[in-house]
Design a protein around this ligand. Structure first.
Ligand code: ADP
Ligand code: MG
Length: 353
């Protein structure tokens, strides 16, 4: 990755935001930094309050770096702002959930401002799932319902596609980066892949959210979310957004103890099921499982890469073994659903060539 520019200070961002708001007709905003700056690796985030109106803003300064293993490169601020505006327009037709309101571009600092949304993220709710499973279930159901509505707005087409493409992508990862990291695909998953390679499936293509992860959603009320961070950069199968959310959900550290504790494993699986169901997925879906396998593998590599960078202390080695067992369990579950979809699909589509 390339190294980012030094981050601007909250005071300077507040001053630019005040100028922009005033030039837009706002009456003398009195803006001050309202919280510690948050640095995520993809951006720095400055919370700024208006002492005159009581409103709070979140100013985001994207760190435009590339080279992410498992997700899209960071988009420039103007592109992020435009995506947020578009998502905000889409949301105006909906009667549930929200998209955070875009406020202004701040060109002097390569930044933009949006409204600040109070509350926990869905990720924080998942971290606490073993202690508050009810809140976690409500949050993932809201996340599934939000995405179903969002995809209707981004709708492009429905079409039949050959499954050999996604299968090949997985095999490529397995034979290259995975092998280099000393990791292997479990045998039953390989066998399930072999059986779908010459099939086809119907897929819906949409303008993808692009980074539909639990940290990009804030829980607004028990069954509603506020979405904060859309990419809207690529058209692709709905399965891509679904798989990204499911992968980040199921690989959350809160569920690692599920390797040895069946109640934690059941909790994780029921959260996954709740998300799928609220999106509207009833039956095992080959394309979704293929994308999920792909995402799981990227996630596995990313976690391995992170721990390699932190050195190889004995505790870390033990944690790695736990992560490996967890990831293998996720892969086996996905492979089993893939096999079930292939066996039971009554449409039995053959090859399209
Ligand atoms: N408008 C907002 N309101 C409240 N919290 C926010 C807002 N925007 C970002 N955050 C917080 O900051 C975190 C990172 O923000 P995000 O926009 O997703 O940045 P990144 O570019 O790093 O993905 C979020 O997970 C959330 O906790
Ligand atoms: Mg984000």
């Amino acid at each position: 990755m390339t190294s980012p520019e030094p981050a601007p200070r909250s005071e300077a961002l507040a001053a630019e935001l005040a100028r922009v708001l005033e030039s837009g007709g706002a009456a003398a905003p009195d803006l001050v930094p309202a919280a510690e700056v948050v640095v995520t690796g993809r951006s720095t985030l400055h919370r700024i309050a208006d002492r005159a109106s009581g409103e709070q803003y979140l100013v985001k300064v994207p760190i435009v770096v590339s080279g992410w293993v498992d997700t899209h490169d960071v988009l420039p601020p103007a592109a992020q702002f435009e995506a947020l505006e578009r998502a905000y327009r889409w949301q105006s037709a909906e009667d549930r959930h929200a998209v955070v309101r875009p406020v202004a571009m701040l060109p002097e600092h390569d930044a933009f401002a949006m409204e600040w949304a109070p509350g926990r993220t869905v990720l924080e709710t998942l971290d606490r799932a073993p202690f508050d499973p009810r809140a976690a279930h409500a949050a993932v159901r809201a996340a599934g319902d939000f995405l179903r509505r969002f995809h209707r707005h981004g709708w492009v087409a429905e079409e039949r596609v050959a499954l050999d493409g996604p299968v090949e992508e997985i095999r490529h990862l397995v034979a290259g980066p995975l092998r280099d990291a000393g990791l292997r695909l479990p045998g039953p998953v390989s066998a399930a892949l072999d059986r779908v390679a010459d099939r086809s499936a119907v897929q819906a293509r949409v303008l993808l959210h692009g980074d539909y992860v639990p940290s990009n959603l804030i829980v607004r009320s028990a069954d509603e979310v506020v979405m904060i961070d859309p990419l809207l950069a690529d058209v692709g199968p709905t399965a891509d957004d679904l798989a990204r959310f499911l992968t980040v959900l199921s690989s959350n550290s809160a569920f690692l103890p599920g390797v040895v504790l069946p109640p934690v494993r059941r909790l994780r699986r029921s959260l996954e099921a709740a998300f799928r169901e609220s999106y509207g997925i009833r039956d095992p879906d080959e394309l979704l499982e293929l994308r999920l396998l792909h995402q799981h593998l990227l996630r596995w590599l990313r976690r391995r890469e992170n721990s390699r960078l932190r050195g190889a202390a004995p505790l870390l080695a033990a944690r790695n073994r736990l992560i490996d067992r967890h990831m293998r369990a996720l892969l086996l579950e996905s492979g089993a659903r893939l096999a079930a979809a292939t066996r039971h699909d009554p449409r039995l589509p053959g090859p399209i060539r």
